[in-house]
Design a protein around this ligand. Structure first.
Ligand SMILES: *[C@@H]1O[C@H](CO)[C@@H](O)[C@H](O)[C@H]1NC(C)=O
Ligand SMILES: *[C@@H]1O[C@H](CO)[C@@H](O)[C@H](O)[C@H]1NC(C)=O
Ligand SMILES: *[C@@H]1O[C@H](CO)[C@@H](O)[C@H](O)[C@H]1NC(C)=O
Ligand SMILES: *[C@@H]1O[C@H](CO)[C@@H](O)[C@H](O)[C@H]1NC(C)=O
Ligand SMILES: *[C@@H]1O[C@H](CO)[C@@H](O)[C@H](O)[C@H]1NC(C)=O
Ligand SMILES: *[C@@H]1O[C@H](CO)[C@@H](O)[C@H](O)[C@H]1NC(C)=O
Ligand SMILES: *[C@@H]1O[C@H](CO)[C@@H](O)[C@H](O)[C@H]1NC(C)=O
Ligand SMILES: *[C@@H]1O[C@H](CO)[C@@H](O)[C@H](O)[C@H]1NC(C)=O
Length: 508
């Protein structure tokens, strides 16, 4: 019987801990250590070259479902998400101007990525299907004698379609993985920097110079794209990657985990301590860049939960991963990472949506989309949004304060305690008490809810759900938010395990 079970258990852990009230307090005015203003396009996208046509379509057949999703982000933040197209398959791409097919991929795969990739001119029409800023990666991995000519041809045709929306070119992808694969084992970071600068010079002079879109023809490159090995500081201070002034931004790639035995929702992904550690590892690189003049933005240009794309959907594509993503994005904002380009893929477990029919199933929305939508709503349309992490010292609970023009405007609290519909005890709930400034009269409470960490359906954000219907993104449900009453300068609420809440403060 449930009530007696409950009564028995409130005196034993983990319930005893869960019954305690957690007091959370953020100053009314922007405190020391809050982030810089967060870019409205903070929660952006990255598409691998081999899946780009699935996500974007072409000029005559744009992917309307993807367009609707990108538009939804625009509606929420007033800014287009940025899209980076590249990755390992981009670093295998050969452009063929006389190829009539949009893209030809080899059957042979490595971690779901084709070993050979041929692009025809129509593939580049995909860039005309969203009005977003674009970053496009040309092939540097190619070790044949025509490598530079291929990269120039790719940049040329990309610019023709991207036009004034070009944010940056990348040259190569994860070059710290080149030694022993596409370059000799003794290939170094200094070798990469030398090649990179040679390609950047050539693309600037032969493709960008005199462009009719008013784009900076020289400082137009996103550099590094390291995934694990090499040093950002060394690339700048020792190897001089920017001593010719080509670097507009620096990107690193971040994946929290692989497919080891230990990769589980509760102990790994849904763990704030680990989420924070995964992101604070970039602080030294960002400090090195801050010391560099001119200051160069640092972003995660290809990131998601797990570098193993396949057969991990039970961890990557479920509601628990939406909560992982909320915490990952919010914590990233607090560290002043400029942007997260979340990588998507038709077959990838962590993808936010499947853009085309796959495995005999219709296109669909997957749970991670919700995490990204929550982050977009936390940013919203206010011009100056800054975020601070309210360190609770808990693995299973995190909290953030959101400031608008320097005034406390929102709290975000994420309960990462893993609970499933199959869990053998009732869903625990964390009592939380939020301190609010004197002039706050009431507050609105919006929830990210799902039936449990392992669920991949039945998810809603503020009462709304989204999914694919007849070629488009359809919204269902009814917008819901609870009004909270301020009592003695506090707002009290309960947050069930595996749920997040955004509390918006109202001053009148
Ligand atoms: C555009 O995409 C549609 C649908 O995939 C395809 O039938 C058509 O051939 C493509 N057009 C071009 C010019 O490649
Ligand atoms: C380029 O495409 C054309 C037309 O399909 C084909 O005949 C030619 O062999 C391709 N070239 C290369 C280098 O693959
Ligand atoms: C050149 O790249 C190919 C893969 O495209 C690789 O098999 C080969 O070993 C590379 N050569 C060198 C010298 O690194
Ligand atoms: C790196 O290795 C290649 C052979 O794989 C050799 O030709 C070259 O001299 C080596 N470079 C250095 C700097 O040792
Ligand atoms: C979260 O990760 C930390 C660091 O590895 C670990 O000590 C802790 O036990 C984990 N928490 C949970 C709830 O699994
Ligand atoms: C990143 O998170 C994973 C768990 O998802 C953990 O195993 C790994 O140690 C973390 N890495 C760092 C650098 O903190
Ligand atoms: C949740 O469900 C998953 C998959 O069924 C299982 O591996 C995990 O142990 C469950 N967690 C809890 C807390 O019940
Ligand atoms: C979207 O719909 C598909 C097919 O009906 C379903 O499998 C999927 O779970 C739904 N997505 C979400 C997030 O509910």
């Amino acid at each position: 019987m449930r009530p007696s079970f409950w009564v028995t258990c409130i005196i034993c852990s983990p319930f005893a801990a869960a019954m305690d009230i957690v007091n959370i307090y953020a100053p009314a005015h922007l405190p020391e250590g809050a982030s810089k203003p967060v870019e409205h396009s903070f929660a952006s996208f990255s598409f691998p070259v081999h899946f780009f046509a699935d996500y974007a379509g072409n000029k005559s057949h744009p992917n309307r479902f993807s367009q609707d999703i990108v538009n939804l982000f625009y509606e929420k933040t007033g800014s287009w998400p940025n899209i980076r197209v590249g990755g390992t398959s981009g670093d295998r791409a050969i452009y063929n101007a006389s190829q009539t097919q949009s893209i030809i991929l080899s059957e042979e795969l490595d971690n779901g990525i084709p070993l050979e990739v041929y692009l025809g001119p129509t593939w580049f029409e995909g860039f005309e299907t969203f009005p977003t800023p674009w970053t496009f990666g040309v092939n540097l991995a190619n070790n044949k004698s025509n490598a530079l000519e291929n990269a120039i041809a790719e940049a040329e045709v990309a610019l023709k379609h991207i036009k004034g929306n070009l944010l940056a070119f990348e040259i190569g992808n994860e070059p710290d993985l080149y030694p022993g694969s596409v370059r000799p084992l003794n290939y170094t970071e200094a070798d990469y920097v030398r090649e990179w600068k040679y390609f950047a010079d050539a693309i600037s002079r032969r493709v960008m110079k005199g462009n009719k879109y008013g784009l900076d023809w020289w400082k137009i490159y996103q550099a590094l794209t390291f995934v694990f090995g090499w040093s950002v500081a060394e690339a700048f201070w020792k190897d001089g990657i920017d001593n010719t002034g080509h670097v507009k931004s620096v990107s690193q790639h971040q994946y929290a985990a692989g497919n080891a035995e230990w990769v589980r929702l509760g102990k790994s992904f849904m763990n704030h301590t680990l989420i924070a550690a995964n992101l604070t590892q970039y602080v030294p690189a960002m400090e090195a860049l801050r010391a560099y003049d001119p200051n160069i933005p640092f972003l995660l240009g290809e990131t998601n939960s797990d570098y193993v794309n396949l057969n991990m959907a039970q961890v990557e594509g479920v509601f628990g991963s939406s909560l992982w993503l909320v915490d990952d994005l919010l914590y990233g904002m607090t560290l002043d990472i400029t942007r997260f380009n979340l990588i998507q893929g038709t077959t990838f477990g962590y993808t936010a949506w499947v853009p085309v029919e796959y495995n005999g199933q219709d296109p669909k929305v997957k749970p991670p989309l919700y995490g990204q939508l929550v982050a977009a709503d936390v940013i919203g349309r206010h011009p100056t949004v800054q975020v601070k992490s309210l360190g609770l010292g808990r693995d299973d609970l995190s909290a953030y304060a959101v400031y608008e023009s320097g005034m406390l405007a929102k709290y975000v609290v994420v309960n990462l305690d893993e609970w499933n519909s199959t869990t053998t005890y009732p869903r625990p709930s964390q009592k939380v008490s939020l301190g609010v400034p004197e002039d706050v009269r009431s507050a609105e409470d919006k929830r990210l809810t799902g039936p449990g960490a392992s669920a991949d359906t039945g998810i809603s954000w503020g009462g709304l759900s989204w999914n694919y219907t007849d070629g488009r993104l359809a919204q269902s449900g009814e917008e819901t938010s609870d009004m909270l009453r301020v009592s003695n300068g506090r707002l009290d609420l309960e947050l069930p395990s595996t749920e997040a809440v955004v509390v918006e403060l109202h001053r009148n």
